[in-house]
Design a protein around this ligand. Structure first.
Ligand code: PSU
Ligand code: MN
Length: 305
């Protein structure tokens, strides 16, 4: 046996077994657990998303750095501990290796989860919303590393579109520049996370997991690397209308400016602010849309297997 020069990964028993029998696996991020939702809603979401993926015939792999070890799949105890901790770093491409080197606990963003998933040979990943180009990015330069990662790492990311706390037209422009296909599932309109309608037409549309799997296969055959974004509109019964969300978003953005929030604190701050402004209703919608995305991601993973 030659020694692998790569960092060893800590697989959960369930994911190790799935890899051994080539079963479909869906990666899940952990920043959404530690920085995206308050406890105990975050744990409830993390558990139900994993259960949905299993129901659909795939295996969930929640990804996180725990005490310096990169985990691919968390057992029940580790998942619960992560959901309860307040000390985790939020790690992206820039600092995932820092968390490992310094033996810290780090929750992975979309970008860092894609890096870890690719290393583990997992090609499908479900989340809520991706990071993007922030409003006023022309002043702040605040553009999420998620967009760069989608341009370079070959993982399919299923989300509910981009949050309207972002500048959605600019986010779509950057994705196009980076060569990232943006495919809305079963709708002509690109969704805006809590709302089904961002007011923008989706660049591409497909209406079955098989068609998405076939599209990816064709990209592989052409030798096109990099990721792809699947936008899955939130179910109608759970959506909060765009006009209503806009009021809360404006207020949350004002609060962030007043409190001088910058850098990686911006997204968690806005999500928390909106959670309070909507009396927790945004959290219910958030959980419903992640569950919806987990289902679709599992179907895509199964279709690709
Ligand atoms: N959007 C959400 N919930 C989240 C995030 C985004 O609705 O938890 C997290 C994801 O992990 C995403 C990250 O990758 O925020 C983006 O952060 P930033 O904008 O700092 O790149
Ligand atoms: Mn940012």
């Amino acid at each position: 046996m030659t020694k692998s020069p790569l960092l060893p990964l800590e697989y959960s028993d369930e994911v190790a077994a799935a890899k051994a029998r080539n079963a479909p696996i869906v990666a899940l991020e952990s920043t959404i657990i530690t920085h995206g939702m308050p406890y105990p809603g975050n744990l409830e979401m993390a558990r139900s998303v994993e259960a949905i993926i299993r129901q659909e015939g795939a295996v969930p792999a929640t990804i996180a750095v725990i005490d310096g070890v990169l985990h691919i799949g968390l057992n029940a105890d580790k998942l619960e501990a992560l959901a309860k901790t307040s000390g985790a770093m939020k790690v992206s491409r820039a600092d995932i290796a820092f968390a490992i080197a310094e033996r810290r606990t780090g929750a992975t963003t979309v970008a860092a989860t894609m890096i870890a998933a690719a290393r583990a040979g997992i090609r499908v990943f479900a989340t809520g919303g991706i990071g993007g180009v922030h409003r006023k990015a022309e002043e702040t330069f605040d553009i999420s590393a998620d967009l760069e990662e989608l341009g370079r790492t070959g993982v399919i990311v299923v989300c509910a579109g981009a949050k309207a706390i972002l500048d959605i037209p600019k986010t779509l422009e950057v994705l196009e520049t980076r060569g990232v296909p943006v495919v809305t599932y079963d709708s002509e309109i690109f969704p805006a996370f809590w709302s089904r309608d961002s007011g923008l037409k989706s660049p591409l549309m497909l209406n079955s997991p098989a068609a998405i799997a076939n599209f990816q296969k064709t990209r592989d055959l052409l030798g096109i690397d990099g990721g792809m974004l699947i936008a899955n509109p939130v179910p109608e019964t759970n959506e909060i209308a765009r006009e209503e969300m806009e009021i809360y978003i404006k207020r949350a953005l004002d609060n962030a400016e007043r409190d001088d929030i910058t850098g990686k604190a911006v997204t968690p701050y806005l999500l928390d602010s909106i959670f309070h402004l909507t009396d927790g209703r945004s959290l219910e919608t958030n959980i419903a849309l992640v569950e919806n995305n987990a289902r679709l991601a599992a179907e895509i993973a199964v279709a690709m297997a």
